[in-house]
Design a protein around this ligand. Structure first.
Ligand SMILES: Nc1ncnc2c1ncn2[C@@H]1O[C@H](COP(=O)(O)OP(=O)(O)O)[C@@H](O)[C@H]1O
Ligand SMILES: [Mg+2]
Length: 204
């Protein structure tokens, strides 16, 4: 089987980290090879430095600058980590990718959608994911999952997350390798839905 580049995306709290871990374990059980698990931004030294800038509350970044920084971190990760892994036959599971930049910086952040997609495909376009899973969960439900850990959600935060969720679905309509997966229900049920898509992608 050829190595697969698998992406998990969706609003904050939809279950990406939970499902990425489950997918890595499930993939290893079913196919006998453990995928590399990476997360954006980060993963590379350059990515970690860019992540620190993106998260720094003392800085005021425009949506455009954010899009460029995320694209830069992604480009570095693709060259430094993803391409070499695939070349040696190792599959990759990645949390967050183009759908996030499209949803947060374009749809929710107000940038032109076509131009953001062009930036991503032209400057962080290869290797291309075999499958982009968009975990679909009502942002209010995602917030409730997080609030079990004590988070407080403000109305404005939820409104923003709703635009992000809309952006994720809009991305899925535009990317032929994106699949919207229902993220409601228990972890195992969501894992099964994701894995069904992985099997489909593996068959090509
Ligand atoms: N299917 C699920 N049902 C209920 N709670 C879940 C489910 N999946 C994840 N969670 C919980 O929701 C919270 C957010 O999950 P997480 O995987 O961190 O989301 P993300 O990485 O997308 O922000 C965590 O507390 C996690 O344990
Ligand atoms: Mg997470």
């Amino acid at each position: 089987m050829k190595p697969l580049f698998l992406v998990l995306d969706g609003v904050d709290g939809c279950g990406k980290s939970t499902q990425a871990k489950r997918l890595v374990a499930r993939f290893e059980r079913e196919f006998g090879a453990r995928p590399l698990h990476v997360r954006e931004p980060g993963t590379t030294l350059v990515g970690e430095r860019l992540r620190a800038i993106v998260l720094d509350r003392e800085l005021e970044l425009s949506a455009r600058t954010e899009a460029l920084l995320f694209c830069a971190a992604r480009s570095q990760m693709l060259d430094e980590v993803v391409a070499p892994a695939l070349a040696r036959g190792t599959s990759v599971v990645c949390e967050r990718f183009h759908a996030a930049t499209f949803a947060y910086q374009a749809v929710a952040g107000g940038l032109d959608e076509d131009r953001v997609l062009q930036l991503l495909t032209q400057w962080a376009g290869a290797p291309r994911p075999d499958l982009e899973v968009i975990l679909d969960l009502d942002p209010a439900l995602a917030a409730a999952r997080r609030s079990e850990l004590g988070d407080r959600i403000e109305a404005k935060g939820l409104e923003f997350q709703r635009r992000v969720a809309l952006g994720m679905r809009r991305y899925a309509e535009r990317s032929e390798r994106a699949r919207v997966v229902d993220a409601t229900g228990d972890e195992r049920a969501v894992e099964d839905r994701i894995f069904a898509e992985v099997l489909r992608a593996a068959r090509g």
